[in-house]
Design a protein around this ligand. Sequence first.
Ligand code: NAD
Length: 513
Amino acid sequence: MATKQKGSSNGVKQVEAPANGAPQLEIRNPVTQELIGYVPIHNAEEVRAAAERARAAQPAWEARSAKERAYMLRCWGDLLWQKRAELMRIIRSETGKNETGAFLEVYGVHTAALWLYHNAPRILRPQNRMPLIPVIQRAKVYFKPHGVVGCITPWNYPLYNGFIDLIPALVAGNSIVVKPSELSPFTTQFCVDLMVQAGIPKEVVQMVTGDGSTGAAVIDNVDYVSFTGSTATGRKVAERAAKRLIQYTLELGGKDPMIVLEDANLELAASGTIRSALENSGQACVSTERVYVTAPIYDKYIERLMFYARQIKIGAGDGFDVDMGSMTHEREVKRVEAHIKDAVEKGAELVYGGQRRPDLGPLFIEPTILTGVTHDMDVMREETFGPVIAIMKVKDADEAVRMANDSEYGLSGAIFTRNLARGEQLARMLRNGDIGINRTYAVAGSHALPWGGRKESGLGRRGGPEGLLRYVQPQSILIDTTIGAIPGLTLLDTLTFNTLLVLRVLRRYIPFL
Ligand code: NAD
């Protein structure tokens, strides 16, 4: 049956469904261009109804213990793992990524669920705190969920970047409205269906599909927004959420620097650069996009980098030995090409790659190495989000840190050095949310660690206790036993006044009081 096609601002095809004429999105495999399926573009009214269903289901979900909720999420994680072959196939069909990338998404979310299972009940447990007047009073802090959390997610890691934020929100007792990217809704659909199989009530996790208008409607109907996506959209999300005075976290774009010091193990640094810059064809918020190499080892580093670059296997095939897959969308490839062109026109040298590979698929582009870049070039200032390694020679570590900090972004970063103490010291001088020394991507995989951006890379943190506690509002309850209490109209009756004076003196010396 014929479908009518329309354009859309984000380049994803909208079509009118043959049955009822309602607008739908057409989802295609980026490698084969085969049609995967259609999803509806939910309008504001449909989103409101989904949020209402989630809101009605939330109190019963909150009434369960954190341990029970975390156990259900662990069961869900086990199901993900059991069904990983099918899940990886869906992820790869929507994104074009290689098998390694799809596996790591499943592994990352499964182990995040395990971390929450073991740690969330303890982190969310009510805490006893010191009241104004000890002994006579008791004080407790409870951690109450916000209510309905809206998760708006991107396409580059449709499983990881959606569920790494969604599952702590659930464990904290919130219900969810999730809006996946218009490019990759079926991964989310599969995982939400598995949640029902794991015993999570189906009203608790509502999925809506569509474009930016659907995302905007989510913000209008929830109590908290967890957004992962571009900095440009993040700003709109923040403005919309601010109008409603609801809290939000923003995981946004990055322009991550890597510093290679003269004492680095060059084999690890060169191969590590390739891995870090080309993961998911460079379509990772935490991929290395700028490399600063100190002068004494610059030539040797470039030689080793070229050695490893020549060994990269790209293609759409299966197997963990395929290092790089396809990019996901034509608009992304075009931006990568524009950055390469801009750099070369401004004097950079294209020393490797840079060409499309239509023989492999319509959206393949070769791993690309640019040298002699400067901070006047787009490739060093704007998020490239593609398989481009831009390298700059610097005099020493001080200059490297200065250049690394010369960016509007501040997500992750990396330093390669054999001097671990110096590496740590330099890392603390970088204005980024996290730094890996001699290893990248490990912070994102360490579930006890918070990560997220500074500057235009975002607000708030995911992961660790911090990533869980953003989904609750502390509620303090103070209980006065009324021992010694006398009726009175002043806050400073004689007994209280004298007690406070004594406590003031004691509090100078006793830290826990
Ligand atoms: P995007 O900003 O285009 O879209 C993200 C999501 O927001 C999608 O679901 C989209 O439909 C929705 N959206 C669009 N307009 C909206 C609006 N006005 N209101 C509400 N929602 C709206 O981003 P993308 O292209 O899907 O993802 C790539 C970007 O995400 C890159 O910049 C990347 O660096 C960033 N990212 C950041 C992290 C991180 O953890 N910091 C992780 C992954 C990706």
